[in-house]
Design a protein around this ligand. Sequence first.
Ligand SMILES: C[S@@+](CC[C@H](N)C(=O)[O-])C[C@H]1O[C@@H](n2cnc3c(N)ncnc32)[C@H](O)[C@@H]1O
Length: 243
Amino acid sequence: MAKVEDAIWTTEGSRKRSAVQGMFAEIAPTYDLLNSILSLSLHHRWRRFAVSTLKLQPGDQALDVCCGTGDFMKPLRTAVGPKGLVVGMDFCEPMLVRAQDKVHEALSLADACCLPVGSSQFEGVTVGWGIRNVPDFDLAHQELFRILKPGGHFVSLDMAVPVNPLVKRVSNFVTNMLIPKLGSLFGKTAAYTYLPKSTQKFWTREQLAASMERAGFTDIMYKDLLLGNVCVHYARKPGARQA
Ligand SMILES: C[S@@+](CC[C@H](N)C(=O)[O-])C[C@H]1O[C@@H](n2cnc3c(N)ncnc32)[C@H](O)[C@@H]1O
């Protein structure tokens, strides 16, 4: 019988939730190193771009959902300044422990599909490589919409399947062959098999945009990065920003 972590990308609902939680607990110690190798360290630049789409102002309140080891929190702090608030939430404690070592911001154990936050609290919300992992994409978008203030912005970075057929073939080779091999060097083959499999099973750019629209977002846009292997979606909650 297949081990649970070998087939997370085929699971849904609460089974996916606990399998994903266990997988990130397992890879937390090596997450940052492998993330930098796999993104060629470009993820810092993508995060700065993503945060710029939020149009945050000094003193604003920003939340990073599925915050992992906290790499979105530094650009968010730069955007909101010393008087602003930056909060990170994730449902995996070992990932939050890593974040605690790196950033001095408020961190909380929470599920993206049921955030322990009142409605209309934040001017900006980020999610980095998180939506693909939640058990219910629609529900997560609804929660992110709920906690944003009217006029607030949401941005999500995640893996994508390249549209260009040649790039897609090269990416398939890299993600299906090289990434699991790299993961195996760290003894994490299953987790790094999950990355390409979950990307292939993930919703398309258009399906994600439609889910955001169903949740109530407006001005939805997306932009490919790394030749379409990564995509950033950004959107706004309707309404005027309060002065
Ligand atoms: C690929 S990591 C990304 C971490 C971080 N956002 C980054 O940009 O490096 C995905 C993170 O999402 C978290 N996650 C997955 N599903 C979640 C859920 N339902 N609720 C909260 N966090 C979740 C995992 O624990 C993990 O830390």
